[in-house]
Design a protein around this ligand. Sequence first.
Ligand code: MN
Length: 259
Amino acid sequence: MRIAVAVCVDVNLINRISHVYNSVLRHTGEVDFYVVCDKGIPAPLIQKLPQKYRVIAGVDMPEIDMQAQRQDHRLSHAKAMFYRFLLPDLIGTDKVIYLDNDVVVVGDLHEMWELDLGNHYVAAVSSTFQRTLSQNWKALATAPPPPAGVDMEAIVFNSGTLMFNSPLWRQDCVTEKIIQIVRDYPMFDQIALNVACQGKIYELSQEWCMPANCLKGRELYLDGNLMRVYGSPKIYHWHGANKPWAHTCNFQEVYEAYV
Ligand SMILES: [Mn+2]
């Protein structure tokens, strides 16, 4: 089976894909590269995408009301951030690797692809900063009591690199669970993922989602303290507001090499 890789974009991100594709091609070789496009993207922009991409156009999640989401002023996100959770339904493979578009992949994705996820729904890297769900939860302005049965001290996984165990995900209707959580608690995709999949997330090694904005070489500093030393990077992730196409960032040259 060819490796399936997917990115999800709306009109603001559709021109920020090539560095993801080019870096995957360079270090992994040919893959089936899917581009999931929000229904609000004008057709001419979609037609301009390279032929080698497998485009899935016109995607929406009508169950999610972004008006309600944005009542929490800290949630300035776009609906497309939730589309990653549709991938097991949109793509009929046994696995699919989801990548944020603010990453560059410098490792061989075969290594991730060959992992046996067992009875886990999805594989992900643990979060570097908000280590527990309660820390994530406090970032919600309204911060309602969390759903019953959720361990708020469990570690949190970053949603920027994911590999789905698609048959199990489909069988247990995880997408529907996530949609329900998002309807009940306006929140970012990452918290919804961690609530819905608690105990069912396979932990990938940190090198699959390196926090590029906070690294000096391979050393991660927080408030001046050395927190962690990373091994050989496999994916650089420019999380937060500083993106390498808009700002001067750490590891800018890594991004520039693949645009
Ligand atoms: Mn990201």
